[in-house]
Design a protein around this ligand. Structure first.
Ligand SMILES: NC(=O)C1=CN([C@@H]2O[C@H](COP(=O)(O)OP(=O)(O)OC[C@H]3O[C@@H](n4cnc5c(N)ncnc54)[C@H](OP(=O)(O)O)[C@@H]3O)[C@@H](O)[C@H]2O)C=CC1
Ligand SMILES: O=C(O)C1=N[C@H](C(=O)O)C[C@H](O)C1
Length: 234
């Protein structure tokens, strides 16, 4: 498969390494300061850039008829616009706040726990995410996905960053040197605490998942999820 990389930072470079190892080729790379290669020749584009540039990059791929996998977080207020454009162009598109197999399994475990814990009102739920110092958005896209699922089964009104308000779901965001991505869901009562934790040891899980998503889009039209790519039942 010929891949275009939209964004060539920590993730773009990890994806390139793994894609080449899997026998794919990278025909185009773009970052804010350079563009190199032949975009029109790509079979799929993989987009990991910045919250400000994601919409422009996704649109560019859809307009060119190139299937697009997007992992950039922090732009989701425009998600419906991108879905509409994908439908209009009869294109193919996958966005995931997290492409790793482990986190997508964790999403299902979180969903199960949220349903199980719903009647046990003495437990207060919170979400914590820890990432490296360069991360531009907070809370992480993954923490938002986790929180939205919890809210479907909980009396809390909404999620809020670093709040002590009991009627909102607290997402605690921490920034520490070189942390690849840690997410913890805690149910705390006066008697005990139940914690679920996912800790990424490297960026390879995210990169591998994004390549799997690009492979999945071959000969498909429409909007897909990472759970469909991995065959994880809802
Ligand atoms: N969904 C998932 O599984 C994962 C998502 N992410 C998300 O992916 C995004 C990127 O992460 P990461 O690679 O770590 O970040 P980096 O900052 O390391 O890389 C982003 C790159 O995109 C470049 N860039 C900026 N503007 C544009 C543009 N208009 N077109 C193309 N490239 C551009 C940046 O260039 P410059 O530095 O010159 O501005 C930089 O090289 C973040 O939003 C992050 O949250 C990260 C890991 C996993
Ligand atoms: O910026 C990162 O690094 C990561 N971003 C994603 C997010 O915002 O959830 C996924 C992963 O946790 C790494």
């Amino acid at each position: 498969m010929k891949i275009a990389l939209l964004g060539y930072g920590k993730m773009g470079k990890t994806i390139e390494k793994l894609a080449l190892e899997k026998g794919h080729s990278v025909v185009y790379k773009s970052a804010s300061d350079f563009e190199k290669g032949f975009f029109d020749e790509a079979d799929a584009a993989i987009e990991f850039s910045s919250p400000e540039s994601a919409v422009k990059n996704i649109s560019k791929a859809l307009e060119a008829g190139i299937p697009i996998v997007c992992g950039t977080t922090g732009w989701l207020e425009k998600y419906d616009e991108m879905v509409n454009l994908c439908e209009k162009r009869n294109g193919s598109f996958i966005y995931a706040s997290n492409f790793s197999v482990g986190v997508n399994l964790f999403f299902s475990i979180n969903e199960y726990a949220a349903k199980l814990m719903a009647p046990w009102k003495e437990y207060n739920v919170s979400v914590e995410e820890i990432h490296h110092l360069e991360k531009k958005d907070a809370p992480s896209g993954t923490a938002i996905t986790i929180a939205e699922e919890i809210l479907k089964h909980n009396d809390k009104k909404n999620w809020k960053l670093n709040t002590s308000e009991e009627n909102n779901l607290n997402i605690i965001a921490k920034r520490e040197e070189d942390v690849k991505g840690t997410h913890i869901v805690s149910y705390e009562s006066s008697i005990d605490t139940i914690s679920l934790k996912h800790e990424a040891h490297s960026r390879e899980g995210f990169a591998l998942g994004a390549i799997l998503a690009a492979e999945y889009l071959k000969n498909k039209k429409g909007i897909f999820t990472m759970k469909e790519v991995l065959g994880i039942k809802e």
